[in-house]
Design a protein around this ligand. Structure first.
Ligand code: BES
Ligand code: MN
Ligand code: MN
Length: 457
């Protein structure tokens, strides 16, 4: 541990400068206008892997953005860790809400502000630097494969194809990912599950053109009103989702599991204050941890239609749209839920409008084991580095590829994230604490050490 701390201390400024360089690439995968920048980011990551000492570094082409891969096999008899992360980021919009530009990393109060600072550049880069540290200090105790993709924020569909086609190349004993959150630095935690996702778009079409809302209003159904009503009907008075069959495959937690989950520190007053809401909302009968970690949900991510420009225009819009996501928990299936939603939404549509539902991407929920060698290695690493044992939690977000690693490669994942929920992922002013960045670089080599040790190699 002393050697690790010393390496980080001696290289402090460089470790930060390199991350800043990475954060300056606007690698937004959702928007084609950033295509060149996304491609340049992949090359930068590949070069950094080479510099750190990885062998066989490749920028593997896909039908979309490339996957960067590198490895160091020290002994085929030793266990292998497959590190996964993503170099793409969410769009920075709305730009005007950023205090400093999203792709010009800026430090305020010990925190790095930039799009991708936490999700996931700041986090996956810790692994490249921890790998460099182990190479430089001659302490790499096991084999390592590092795979960083460029399409996580748009559903990882090309990575899915890559994984199926490269099972031998990706062969490993565990997947290690830093792309999730901890409760706080004082209360380190390990996420032991991720929700799945079903994402779709709906369109409600009324008259064949926008109409004068005075001339026709009252005689023709307004698609915006109809859409609002249809969406509102998807939750009942207990905030349960009303889609028939929606909860059929949901595994209820045992009383013991609920007790353990709710034992984690939680300050509701602080939670509300941070978000500036007077009251929380959610499915009746469940706590906040349960609502975000172990229960399925349905959210409107965007809704539009009609006139939204300056001033007032009297118009009865021809159509209205919404983007809807459902977060899923074991054993719900993304495909099944998408179908249930589609059937239900079409069924509740009045004859006055035409409704279409278009599915986007999806992903399956996962629960990661807490009795494995890899989980124990993560526990030991965090306990040593933070001076406190990690609390197991359930993450509300989704990393769809995790279920696929399990299904296609037969490998379980350890989610050793160092972000905080308050790091504003996907929001303006995303940040990552410099302290967390260094702490991650210090903790990761301990994971490898204990993983090799506990494997008896
Ligand atoms: N890193 C996040 C997921 C995450 C964040 C999990 C915090 C747990 C805690 C990831 O980059 C992400 O944003 N995933 C998307 C899904 C994807 C298909 C767009 C999500 O959860 O919305
Ligand atoms: Mn992420
Ligand atoms: Mn994300």
């Amino acid at each position: 541990m002393q050697d690790i701390k010393q390496y980080v201390a001696q290289n402090k400024q460089r470790l930060l400068d390199e991350l800043f360089e990475l954060l300056r690439f606007p690698s937004v995968s959702a928007d084609p206008k950033y295509k060149d920048d996304v491609l340049k980011t992949a090359d930068y990551v590949a070069q950094k892997l080479r510099d750190a000492g990885a062998d066989n570094v490749e920028v593997c082409p896909t039908a979309g953005y490339p996957i960067v891969f590198g490895e160091k096999i020290i002994d085929p008899d030793k266990p292998t860790v497959l590190v996964y992360g993503h170099y793409d980021v969410q769009p920075p919009d709305p730009l005007e809400l950023w205090k400093t530009p999203p792709f010009e990393p800026t430090v305020r109060d010990g925190k790095i502000y930039a799009r991708g600072a936490c999700d996931d550049k700041g986090q996956f880069y810790m692994h490249i630097k921890a790998f460099e540290l182990m190479m430089q200090t001659g302490t790499l105790p096991c084999n390592i494969k590092i795979m960083i993709e460029g399409e996580e924020e748009v559903g990882s569909s090309n990575l899915g194809i890559f994984v199926k086609a490269n099972k031998e190349k990706l062969k490993a004993d565990v997947v290690l990912i830093s792309d999730t959150s901890m409760i706080s630095m004082e209360n380190p935690s390990l996420e032991t599950g991720l929700r799945g996702l079903s994402y779709l778009e709906v369109e409600v079409v009324g008259p064949n053109r926008d109409l004068h809302s005075g001339v026709y209003g009252g005689a023709v159904a307004n698609p915006a009103t109809i859409l609002a009503k249809m969406i509102a009907s998807l939750h009942d008075e207990n905030n349960h989702i009303t889609i028939p069959g929606f909860y059929n495959d949901v595994i209820e937690l045992t009383e013991l599991e609920r007790k353990e989950l709710n034992a984690a520190p939680y300050d509701e007053t602080e939670y509300k204050k941070d978000l500036d809401v007077a009251e929380l909302w959610g499915e009746n009968g469940y706590t906040t941890f349960e609502r975000t970690g172990t229960r399925p949900t349905l959210e409107v991510n965007g809704i539009w239609g009609g006139y939204i420009g300056e001033g007032a225009k009297t118009v009865l819009p021809s159509k209205a749209n919404a983007k809807i996501s459902m977060r899923l928990v074991p054993d719900q299936s993304s495909k099944k839920i998408t179908q249930l939603f589609t059937d239900h939404f079409l069924k509740i549509a009045p004859k006055s409008v035409k409704v279409t539902v278009t599915p986007h991407h999806g992903g399956e929920p996962v629960v990661t084991p807490t009795d494995s060698v890899a989980y124990r290695a993560a526990q030991k690493a965090i306990t040593e580095s933070f001076g406190k044992a990690p609390i197991p939690t359930r993450g509300g977000g989704s990393i769809p590829i995790v279920a696929l690693f399990e299904a296609e490669l037969g490998i379980k994942t350890v989610l050793m994230g160092f972000g905080l929920d308050s790091d504003a992922l996907h929001s303006p002013n995303e940040k990552y604490d410099i302290f967390n960045y260094y702490k991650g670089i210090e903790t990761i080599p301990l994971f490898h050490k204990y993983f090799a040790e506990l494997n008896g190699k």
